[in-house]
Design a protein around this ligand. Structure first.
Ligand code: ADP
Length: 579
């Protein structure tokens, strides 16, 4: 029970919970041992005073030396064990948490990543996990262990004298109550600081990504000013947070230590009225030198724990997002894609409404329609990058919501406008299409995609690094690399988002040639912009406001003289097309 709530509250792994428990056990041992040390001192003093005042024989000094040595050895052992449990072992926790987080992220629907701010997500994986690791390694076991050991010490002291016990320890619950009272404030401050931190990393990322545009527009100074302001704001929120928690932590520490004064006063009063002897008073004086020590550290930790709650919540939010699960085998009967009454909303706004159509194997199905009508959304749903909220999507008769996305994607090639290239060689960028493909296979695919010619002009041919996200390549070249990837993969379904804007005529012809090799005998769903593709398609689906407005062969639709015919006429009159 305790383990479960720890696990959830601080987003720990199972091993983290185990380590925290071990940390608690050894902290209790360390704190009790400290009290045992005080007890030892007390008994030594008692027998010396006995010798001095009552002429009792001096006890055997070897007994005390032996006991002291034994105490030191045990103490050393217990401290080492506590260190291992609280600090040493837990460094593995950070690794485990990151791995389990990465596993979780891998299973989330891909759409999740376009919804979340990526700087924010990176901050969770790096910053939040670090913070929580620090809390779990340095704070949790220590704090809970200190609660338990102090409760045990209180019970023991009550056996000697309950009045003195209360005089000594009353400040502890009051101090903690004060800190818990400030909890909401600490959490709020921490949320504000976190937001400010994400704004800063967003700003830096944005500046780095757009440095060319910023320079070209001569906006460096203005942009940097804005960035400095964000950094300043972040610093201020951090200081404010530290200050407000610092006030509470120090006030709590002072209140706890008022116990020293009350113990002395109460003890003096009790001695004067003859209710206790001096030795008992002496015992309590020894105890107050040590009893607050575990909490000195804990008070600072508890403030950190409150603040880390924001990090834990952010991690828990990821763990609570439903994953896209499904079977890890996929054996469809053919590769027709069938949309049946599909409805979908990214947020609240319904983007697709009752969309039904079939994209047949061996045919090119073109999605056309005005911008924002839902064409890309249809393509994303077909590959289960998102899950449809209504209706069903079947590939070869199998409902894709029952298939694990990674498994499903082995049957899909995607050639989208925003080609993602990695800072690696041309060879490796194409090889991404099929892991383990030989160099010859990669070259053959590149050739078929019309990449060969431009790659051979690169200084190191296929071994040329292409810069971050293919910065050294033109739009058409990047797209041909992505087509080569798809050719290498040779998946039965191709989702294609035609891009025309960035291509010149020569490049366009080359891309077109590469595509015809890719599309042969596949199920092709193309988001069409070019009338040439539209006219050559086997089937047209016209989308309008998230609904299928018309569907059929291009020549039939033209004859129908509906939406499609209107679009064609419009584009012709705008002289945008070359049919
Ligand atoms: P098309 O491809 O036809 O231009 P889309 O499918 O991209 O249309 O978009 C359909 C609607 O969904 C648009 O109103 C667009 O603003 C919205 N939309 C697209 N992607 C997202 C997203 N990731 N989050 C929220 N809304 C989105």
């Amino acid at each position: 029970m305790f383990g479960k709530s720890l696990k959830r509250k601080y987003a720990l792994t199972d091993r983290g919970v185990h380590n925290t428990k071990m940390g608690m056990v050894w902290t209790v041992a360390v704190n009790l041992l400290m009290m045992l040390g005080m007890g030892l001192l007390y008994f030594m003093m008692q027998s010396f005073i006995g010798t001095l005042t009552k002429n009792e024989p001096l006890p055997n000094p070897w007994l005390y030396i032996g006991l002291t040595v034994l105490f030191v050895i045990i103490s050393l052992f217990v401290h080492i064990m506590q260190y291992r449990a609280t600090y040493g072992l837990v460094y593995r926790e950070i690794k485990d948490t990151r791995i389990s987080l990465a596993e979780r992220l891998r299973k989330l629907p891909l759409g999740y990543f376009s919804k979340r701010d990526l700087a924010d997500l990176t901050e969770t994986i790096m910053g939040d996990v670090n913070r929580l690791e620090h809390v779990s390694s340095h704070c949790l076991g220590y704090l809970y262990g200190s609660y338990i050991s102090t409760a045990l010490i209180a019970v023991m002291l009550a056996f000697y004298d309950w009045r003195l016990m209360i005089a000594c320890l009353w400040g502890v619950p009051v101090a903690f109550a004060l800190l818990f009272g400030s909890r909401r404030l600490a959490k709020r401050q921490s949320e504000i600081a976190k937001e400010a931190a994400v704004t800063v990393s967003d700003g830096i990322q944005e500046a780095l990504e757009n440095i060319r545009e910023i320079r070209a527009a001569n906006q460096e100074e203005r942009y940097l000013d804005g960035l400095y302001k964000k950094i300043d704001a972040h610093e201020k929120t951090l200081l404010k947070g530290e200050l407000s928690t610092g006030v509470f932590v120090n006030a709590a520490s002072v209140i706890m230590r008022l116990g020293v004064a009350t113990t002395v006063l109460t003890g003096a009063g009790l001695i004067l009225s003859g209710q206790i002897d001096f030795m008992l008073f002496f015992l309590f004086l020894l105890v107050i030198t040590r009893v607050y020590a575990p909490f000195d550290q804990s008070l600072a930790m508890i403030a950190e724990m409150f603040m880390s709650q924001v990090s834990a919540d952010r991690l828990t939010e990821i763990y609570d997002t439903p994953t896209a699960e499904g079977a890890d085998t996929f054996s469809p009967d053919g590769h027709d894609i069938v949309f049946e009454n599909v409805g979908f909303a990214y947020n609240d706004e319904q983007v697709l409404k009752g969309v039904s159509f079939t994209a047949k194997e061996g045919e090119v199905t073109a999605l056309v329609g005005p911008s924002g009508s839902g064409k890309s959304t249809c393509a994303r749903l077909a590959a289960r990058l998102w899950d449809a909220s209504e209706g069903s999507i079947k590939v070869g008769g199998v409902d894709i919501s029952t298939v694990e996305p990674e498994t499903l994607l082995t049957d899909f090639s995607m050639v989208f406008q925003d080609v993602v290239l990695f800072d690696d060689t041309v060879m490796e960028n194409i090889r991404l299409g099929r892991h383990g493909a030989s160099d010859e296979e990669v070259r053959a695919a590149a050739k078929a995609a019309n990449c060969d010619e431009f790659v051979n002009k690169l200084p190191q041919g296929y071994d040329t690094p292409i810069g971050e996200n293919g910065a050294k390549l033109s739009g058409g070249e990047r797209q041909r690399i992505s087509i080569a990837r798809a050719l290498l993969k040779n998946a039965p379904i191709v989702l294609l988002d035609e891009a025309t804007a960035s291509l010149d005529v020569e490049n366009e012809t080359k891309v077109q040639g590469a595509l015809s090799a890719l599309l042969k005998n596949k199920t092709v769903l193309v988001i069409a912009h070019r009338m040439r593709t539209v006219q050559a398609a086997d089937r047209i689906i016209v989308l309008k406001d998230g609904r299928v407005a018309e569907a059929g062969k291009p020549e039939d639709l033209l004859k129908q003289n509906g939406e499609f015919a209107k679009m064609v006429r419009l584009q012709q009159s705008a002289n945008l097309i070359s049919v």
